[in-house]
Design a protein around this ligand. Structure first.
Ligand code: C5P
Length: 248
């Protein structure tokens, strides 16, 4: 089964997805509207649970493309229903947990395509989350009793997702080269943990610059605080785009 082809990434601004974390709906909308180069935003659990589906429509009305990062993980019928609804809302990237398994992933993929088609929208790309980067090896093995090292477990889940027809993965900068070596384009690799040179790390430990991540094989980058907490967010976004343009 073949997944939906992601939109080709051409302009550097198309590679950058700004995470609208810690903002209420009005602030998120105003923030996004103030960035002329902004094409993509990430709406996560916090904003979506607080503001609901209307925030997606309002962002789309402003011209923003939406990555809906709700990390669905449930039985196949519920995954399908959630992805169908998300696609109808116009989300173009949607996260699901790979460990939901093949049947659930296939149901999610089919339902997303169907939901978009019934709404007259292009099919979204589903992105599989493999192992959350908040896990570290020792605790992962002890608490979940999974003996396989994360370095092998992550690509195993990515492979499961790809075989189920999922269009891509969310992965850490440290995983992107390994996954890209196995999954060529158009398999979409979206990478958070991005820090332009000199930007504060915050709680991110293992980071890459935008140019490094794209060179390693990332299709798109999720960037939050280096842009949202910058004194001049428009200039910070512009600098990321300029860095990407210089290396393309
Ligand atoms: O502010 P910062 O650039 O660290 O934000 C990164 C975004 O990517 C946040 O929304 C965060 O939840 C998300 N994310 C991450 N690391 C992952 C997966 C998602 O930082 N492994």
């Amino acid at each position: 089964m073949v997944g939906a082809s992601p939109t080709p990434v051409l302009d550097p601004a198309d590679r950058v997805i700004v995470a609208l974390d810690g903002m209420d709906a009005d602030r998120a909308l105003a923030f996004a509207a103030a960035l002329p180069r902004l094409r993509w935003v990430k709406v996560g659990l916090e904003l979506f649970v607080a503001a609901g589906p209307p925030v997606l429509q309002r962002l789309r009305d402003q011209g923003q493309r939406v990555f809906l990062d709700l990390k669905f993980h449930d039985i196949p019928a519920t995954m399908a229903g959630a992805c169908r609804s998300a696609a109808r809302l116009g989300a173009e990237l949607i996260t699901v947990h790979a460990c939901a398994g093949t049947e659930a992933l296939q149901a999610a993929q089919a339902a997303a395509q169907e939901g978009a088609a019934t709404a007259g929208l292009p099919a979204p790309t589903l992105l599989a989350v493999t192992v959350l980067t908040s896990w570290e090896q020792r605790r992962f093995a002890e608490e979940l009793a999974i003996a396989e090292p994360l370095q092998q477990y992550v690509p195993r889940l990515a492979q499961l997702a790809a075989q189920a027809g999922i269009g891509g993965c969310v992965c850490s900068p440290l995983e992107v080269a390994q996954l890209r070596a196995i999954h060529s384009e158009p398999f979409h690799l979206v990478t958070p943990g991005i820090r332009p040179a000199g930007a504060p790390l915050g709680d991110q430990q293992r980071v890459m610059t935008p140019a490094q991540a794209v060179a390693a094989g990332a299709s798109q980058l999720v960037i939050g605080r280096p842009i949202t907490a910058a004194l001049d967010p428009a200039a910070a976004l512009e600098a990321c785009c300029a860095e990407l343009a210089a290396c393309s």
